[in-house]
Design a protein around this ligand. Structure first.
Ligand code: PLP
Length: 425
C-alpha cells in the first residue's frame, strides 16, 4: 500500500469509526480532519481525504467543491437516517429544533447574530431573493453591476430595475484589474451616476478570479447612500474574513463550493437594522415580516444536506481559512508563474497580494471569442487530459478558467504549464 493509500485509509477509518447515535447523530459527531488545531496543516493528508477521478486532471473546481470523504460519509449517513425516520424526524425534531440549531451554528461561523441569517439552497437563491425584494428602488433611480458579476444576479437586477422604472448601469472592470484600478473604476461610476441606489458586487469573480476590494467599495457606496448586495459565492470558505468585515448590509453565499458541504446549501445575510428594506419573499406567511426567515421559502429542502452542515463546517474549520487560502493561492501561483513569461499568454488576475484566490483565468492573445476559448478548453481536455472551462464577459474577451483545489498536485499543474506553453507557441 502506498503512503497515500495508507493516509487515506487511516483518515477514513477515523471518520467512519465515530459512534453512530440512535437519533440525529450528526450534530454530536466529531469531524475527522488531517490536522490538530495547533499543528501545521498536512496538505498530503487533506489531499488524501478526497476520492478523485484518476483519469483526468480536474482544474475546474470553482463550479462546486468535491466533498472530502468524511463529509461525504456523513452526508450518506444522514440520507440513510432520513430515509428510515422520515416525517417523524422531520416534524418532531428537524423542523422544530434541528434546523434552528444549524442556523445558529452557521451564523456563528459567519460572524453574525442568528437573527441576521437564513439558510438557503445556494448563492443564487440567496442573491435573487435579496435583489428582487429590495424595496427602496424608485422610478428614475439606477441599479449598478459589473461585467464580471454572475449572470443570474445581473438578470435579477435587470428585473428589479424594469419593475420599478429604474435604469441599469454596467461597470466595466479594467484589465489588468489591479486593486486601485478597480476602486477608481467604481468611484468614477458612482460619481457619474448619482441616481445609483443599489450596487451588486462579486467578491471573487467566477469569470477571471479577480478579488474585488469589497470593503473599500462598500464604504464608498454607503457614503453616497448607495446600498450594496455582495455575492460571496466564490470567496466564502477560501478568503479569511467574517461577514461584518465587508461592511455590507446584504450578502449571499453558498456552502457547496469552498466549504465543501453537500450541494444545495447557502445562506443570506441581512443586517438587522435593514431587514425591512428587503420585502418578504412571495408574500410569505410562515414567519412574521420581522423575521429574516420570511425572506426565503424553499419548500422541502434537501434535508440530508442541511443536516451535514455542522460536520462540514467542523471539517473545514480544522484548518484555518487563512491557511486554506494561502494553500490555494500557492497552487495558483505555481502554474501562473510558469507561464507569465510567455508573451502570448494573458493572465487575468494581477500579481498583487489579495487580488486572487484559487481561481485565475487566462487567454491566448487574439483568441478572444467565447468559441475560441471553448475550443481551447476542449483541446486541453482532449489532448492533455486537463479539465477547465471557458468563460466570457471580461472586457478583453473570453478566457479559460483554471481552478485547482486541495487535492491538486504540482505534477498536475506541470502538465497544464506544458500544455499552455505548447499551445501558445
Ligand atoms: C460568483 C458566483 N456567484 C453565484 C454563483 C451561484 O452559486 P450557487 O451555485 O450557490 O447558486 C456562482 C456559482 O458558480 C458564482 O461563481
Amino acid at each position: 500500500m502506498t503512503t497515500f493509500q495508507q493516509r487515506r485509509r487511516s483518515l477514513l477509518h477515523s471518520a467512519a469509526g465515530l459512534a453512530l447515535g440512535a437519533a440525529i447523530s450528526q450534530p454530536a459527531r466529531a469531524a475527522a480532519a488531517p490536522v490538530s488545531a495547533s499543528a501545521k496543516p498536512d496538505w498530503e493528508a487533506l489531499a488524501a481525504s478526497y476520492d478523485i477521478a484518476q483519469d483526468f486532471v480536474n482544474l475546474e473546481n470553482a463550479y462546486y467543491g468535491i466533498m472530502p470523504l468524511p463529509v461525504a460519509e456523513e452526508f450518506k449517513r444522514n440520507i440513510d437516517y432520513l430515509n428510515r425516520y422520515n416525517s417523524r424526524y422531520m416534524r418532531r425534531d428537524f423542523d422544530r429544533e434541528g434546523i434552528e440549531a444549524i442556523r445558529a451554528q452557521l451564523a456563528a461561523h459567519a460572524g453574525v447574530p442568528t437573527a441576521e441569517l437564513a439558510i438557503t439552497r445556494g448563492a443564487t437563491e440567496s442573491l435573487q431573493n435579496l435583489i428582487v425584494n429590495y424595496r427602496l428602488l424608485k422610478q428614475g433611480d439606477v441599479v449598478m453591476y459589473g461585467n464580471l458579476d454572475y449572470d443570474a444576479m445581473m438578470y435579477a437586477m435587470n428585473d428589479l430595475a424594469q419593475r420599478h422604472g429604474a435604469g441599469v448601469v454596467t461597470v466595466r472592470i479594467p484589465e489588468p484589474g489591479t486593486r486601485q484600478a478597480v476602486i477608481d473604476t467604481y468611484e468614477k461610476a458612482l460619481r457619474d451616476n448619482p441616481r445609483t441606489k443599489l450596487l451588486l458586487l462579486t467578491h471573487i469573480s467566477h469569470r477571471t478570479g479577480l478579488v474585488i476590494p469589497v470593503a473599500e467599495i462598500v464604504r464608498m457606496a454607503k457614503a453616497r447612500n448607495v446600498d450594496v448586495i455582495v455575492d460571496v459565492a466564490q470567496s466564502w470558505g477560501q478568503l479569511d474574513y467574517k461577514l461584518p468585515d465587508l461592511g455590507a448590509d446584504f450578502v449571499g453565499a453558498n456552502l457547496h463550493k469552498w466549504i465543501g458541504a453537500p450541494l444545495g446549501l447557502g445562506f443570506l445575510h441581512i443586517r438587522e437594522s435593514r431587514l425591512q428594506d428587503i420585502g418578504v419573499h412571495m408574500a410569505d406567511g410562515d414567519y412574521p415580516a420581522t423575521d429574516i426567515r420570511a425572506r426565503v421559502h424553499a419548500g422541502t429542502m434537501n434535508t440530508a444536506s442541511v443536516m451535514t452542515i455542522p460536520f462540514a463546517l467542523r471539517f473545514h474549520g480544522q484548518i484555518p481559512v487563512a491557511e486554506r487560502g494561502a494553500r490555494l493561492r500557492s497552487l495558483r501561483d505555481y502554474w501562473v508563474h510558469r507561464v507569465l513569461d510567455v508573451k502570448s499568454v494573458q493572465v487575468l488576475t494581477p500579481e498583487e497580494p489579495g487580488a486572487y484566490g484559487a481561481v485565475t483565468s487566462f487567454r491566448l492573445r487574439d483568441r478572444t471569442s467565447f468559441e475560441a476559448n471553448v475550443a481551447l478548453a476542449r483541446t486541453l481536455s482532449d489532448d492533455y487530459g486537463i479539465f477547465t472551462v471557458a468563460r466570457n464577459g471580461p472586457v478583453g474577451g473570453a478566457c479559460v478558467r483554471v481552478t485547482p483545489s486541495f487535492f491538486t498536485r504540482t505534477q498536475d499543474l506541470d502538465r497544464l504549464v506544458t500544455a499552455i506553453r505548447k499551445l501558445a507557441a
